[in-house]
Design a binder for this molecule. Structure first.
Ligand SMILES: Cc1cc2nc3c(=O)[nH]c(=O)nc-3n(C[C@H](O)[C@H](O)[C@H](O)COP(=O)(O)OP(=O)(O)OC[C@H]3O[C@@H](n4cnc5c(N)ncnc54)[C@H](O)[C@@H]3O)c2cc1C
Length: 435
């Protein structure tokens, strides 16, 4: 039987494994295996909400073991550390007790494939800025998002207990990167702050507020989106009391401050790095698989590796041409479209048919600006033209993106139950997770 191995069960990989499992795995036409270094999936665009406690992960996790059983594919818990292209084997590293070490639970293993799909996503790119890796927190994984949330709560508690004056109780947060992640995080932090005040984890005095600074190297926030979206976003953030500094490059990150070009220093009890991505380093170490300067696998228009037709790549870890000189952007929307394409392409490949060509369609972008509002630019019918949207309608459209992902992986019935359970959970708990 044809063996399809997908490495990475994120926005693209999980959807692909689910669809292929239900089509090829169920009918016995292929053996579909998904590998992930985590045991559960949480949709990555939710991580800023996890980091600010406005989303309880337990209500949003999908356990790969159960999900694979229900959708007719096999799940292997492990981290890809290498590849033997001649033997067509993915090498998985030893599984340890904890993420950061401990006893060995499982030794290294090899997993054979006929078709391999690399869907490993991306990591934060610190661009070699001194101190960034040591002192700034990134938002790549669920663990990092949880760590950031706990750190925020601890700093607020410490300042509240030890601050000599109200001004000393203020918590300084610096966010580096004015793209969608940085902007959404800044807005969510304001929401977190109001709940912390409500439960007296922060002082009521406005002088003891969270002082949030958003630093962007370009000349506007959301540089990849239309000017009007950037302008509205900056105005909204400033109304929320967030200091937006554009044309500001960070040159060094210290334990309690950030240095910018020109030598100025910005106080930061917590620094969050949300500027730039690169694909995981393991991809650059795979013998005979061509990658670009940020470790993304170079793929053809059929999403096949330029150097090995048995290897496909999708999502953030793939370097795929869109229009002349422009690459498909690293977004959940692209990972979803590529998963849909590969579902059809691999179904045909198993039968010995042609794989076809992938075409990316930009449906626009939406950025959440906290609880009641969002802003963005969306495509019209047939993807023609662009429409500016903001406010509650934009927020509903933004929320629909996650529901769409849930329907794609869990089906309509489970999604309805999951939404109902999440709604009930919200009624019973504070708006922000406090522990
Ligand atoms: C805070 C935040 C907000 C975002 N908001 C938006 C948004 O509003 N809209 C949008 O379109 N995009 C958004 N994005 C970007 C979006 O999340 C990514 O583009 C998308 O998740 C990419 O999907 P993927 O399948 O390529 O990778 P991912 O979803 O990142 O999944 C990669 C998977 O690979 C696994 N993995 C990694 N390395 C290994 C290994 N060596 N072995 C085994 N498994 C491995 C990981 O555990 C993970 O499950 C946001 C990102 C962040 C961080």
């Amino acid at each position: 039987m044809h063996r399809i191995v997908i490495v990475g069960g994120g926005a693209g990989g999980l959807e692909l494994a689910t669809r292929l499992g239900n089509r090829l795995g169920k009918s016995g036409r292929a053996r579909v295996t998904l590998v992930d270094r985590c045991a559960v999936h949480v949709w990555k665009p939710l991580l800023h909400e996890v980091a600010t406690g406005s989303l309880d992960t337990h209500a949003h996790e999908i356990a790969y073991a159960a999900h694979s059983h229900w959708n007719h594919f096999t799940f292997v818990h492990g981290e890809m550390t290498g590849l033997d292209r001649e033997r067509r084997c993915v090498r998985l590293g030893p599984m340890l007790e904890a993420e950061d070490g401990g006893d060995e639970v499982l030794p290294s293993r090899d997993l054979e494939y006929d078709t391999l799909v690399l869907a490993l996503g991306s990591r934060t790119h610190f661009f070699g800025v001194p101190g960034a890796q040591e002192h700034a927190i990134a938002l790549d994984t669920l663990q990092q998002a949880e760590r950031l949330r706990k750190r925020l709560l601890q700093v607020c508690q410490r300042k509240r207990a030890l601050g000599a004056t109200e001004a000393h109780e203020a918590v300084d947060v610096a966010i580096i990167g004015g793209g969608a992640t940085g902007v959404e995080l800044a807005a969510e932090l304001r929401r977190m702050e109001s709940t912390l005040r409500q439960f007296r984890l922060l002082s009521e005095s406005p002088r003891a507020a969270m002082r949030i600074t958003l630093l962007e190297r370009g000349d506007r926030v959301l540089p990849a989106l239309p000017q009007r979206v950037s302008d509205t976003t900056q105005t909204t953030l400033e109304k929320m009391g967030i200091a937006v500094k554009v044309q500001t490059s960070v040159t060094r990150v210290g334990p309690e401050h950030v240095e910018v070009d020109g030598g100025a220093s910005i106080a930061a009890d917590i620094t969050i790095w949300a500027a730039g991505i690169k694909a995981p380093g393991v991809l650059a170490s795979l013998d005979g698989v061509a990658v670009n300067h940020i470790n993304q696998v170079k793929v053809t228009s059929s999403l096949q590796s330029e150097t090995d037709a048995n290897i496909f790549a999708l999502g953030d870890c793939a370097s795929c041409s869109w229009t002349a000189g422009v690459m498909v952007p690293p977004r959940a929307q692209a990972a979803h479209q590529q998963a849909m394409f590969l579902f059809k392409a691999l179904s045909a490949r198993v039968k010995g048919g042609r794989v076809g060509e992938f075409r990316y369609v930009d449906h626009g972008s939406l950025v959440s600006l906290g609880s009641p509002t969002a802003v963005g630019s969306v495509a019209g019918i047939n993807s023609s033209g662009r429409f500016f949207v903001e406010g509650f309608v934009a927020k509903l459209m933004y929320a629909a993106l996650y529901r769409k992902h849930l329907v794609a992986v869990s089906g309509l019935r489970r999604t309805v139950f999951a939404i109902a359970a999440q709604g009930l959970g919200r009624l019973l708990a504070p708006r922000v997770k406090l522990h």
